[in-house]
Design a binder for this molecule. Structure first.
Ligand code: MLT
Ligand code: MN
Ligand code: ZN
Length: 303
């Protein structure tokens, strides 16, 4: 299978429009060794023609323009996007649905919880009823598997994770299984598997099991430290409080991934405040030493 990283940043992207933090300021001024990034999403295909999109970023238009394999091929209106799977209902993962309004009905796979959010707090499903319409397909959050018509040779396993529903969700402070999920994507014919979880707040046993059994993992790379936004004077929000396990420190993502040996390890959904965006930083060197990669827009993984 081929995995295309369409976008690798957390909400806001990098640089963020109104941000003058150490990273955003330097990337704008061209004084940092790093790359700009759009908000996170991946596309997966086994035939390089029919694509399953994971999340729809507000930046989707530019992401599709940068990726010829998914662009129109036949007829006056066309797309390589055959279906969309949503990991949660966050703005950075769902706003792109509105940018796909000109097309045929969208085949959207998400949990009942995400469907609820997208019909109430952020009613994109309702709004799109007067444009392309949404065909919603409910997906499990107990780790059981399913396949998607039109996406050949792929099996998906979706399971609830501890992260956070968005601020507009009826369950922001009343978590439900299925507010956020992780997915194992398996190519049936080869048995190769990738685990994708851009929002991951806690390593529950089933998450650890997934990390230890897949060939490649693309996991939450939002923050380096728990209080990164607080110390930079940006916000009072702490990493775990908004559903993201930081990389450094005891019980952090690096320590977790040090216990994983069989998989290619890649961080995705990087916040603009994270020092790992600076490729010359000490933090980035620590990742290099641990064999952990940082996703960038346009990265392609062949499994
Ligand atoms: C998050 O995952 O916490 C988001 O990136 C927040 C947002 O989209 O504003
Ligand atoms: Mn996000
Ligand atoms: Zn910034």
């Amino acid at each position: 299978m081929k995995i295309r990283v369409l976008g690798s940043a957390a909400g806001g992207g990098f640089p963020q429009w109104n941000c003058n933090c150490h990273n955003c300021q330097r990337i704008r001024n061209n004084t940092m060794n790093g790359r700009t990034r759009t908000q996170s999403s991946i596309a997966v295909s086994t035939d390089n023609f029919n694509w399953l999109l994971f999340n729809t970023s507000p930046d989707i238009r530019a992401q599709l323009e940068a990726f010829p394999a998914i662009q129109p091929k036949n007829g006056i209106r066309d797309t390589g996007i055959k279906a969309i799977l949503l990991m949660d209902s966050q703005i950075d993962h769902t706003t792109g649905l509105l940018m796909l309004r000109e097309g045929k009905p969208l085949e959207v796979y998400c949990t009942e919880m995400v469907k609820q959010d997208l019909s109430t707090g952020f009613p994109t499903f309702k709004m799109l009823a007067d444009y392309c319409t949404i065909n919603h397909h409910s997906i499990p959050h107990d780790g059981s598997s399913f396949e998607i018509p039109g996406i050949n040779d792929l099996r998906l396993y979706t399971q609830a994770l501890k992260s956070k529903a968005p601020p507009y969700s009826p369950h922001r402070h009343d978590p439900h299984d299925g507010d956020n999920i992780g997915v194992i994507i398996e190519q049936i014919s080869t048995g190769k598997k990738v685990f994708y979880s851009p929002g991951l707040g806690e390593i529950e046993p089933h998450v650890l099991h997934a990390l230890q059994t897949v060939d490649c993992l693309l996991v939450d790379g939002t923050f380096w430290t728990e209080d990164e936004m607080v110390t930079q004077g940006i916000s009072q929000k702490r990493a775990r409080e908004i559903g993201h396990l930081p990389q450094s420190g005891a019980g952090g993502m690096i320590e977790v991934l040090n216990g994983v040996s069989q998989a290619r390890k890649i961080l995705i959904h990087i916040n603009n405040t994270n020092p790992i965006l600076d490729e010359d930083s000490n933090e980035r060197k620590q990742l290099d030493a641990a064999g952990i990669e940082v996703a960038y827009d346009g990265l392609e993984i062949d499994l």
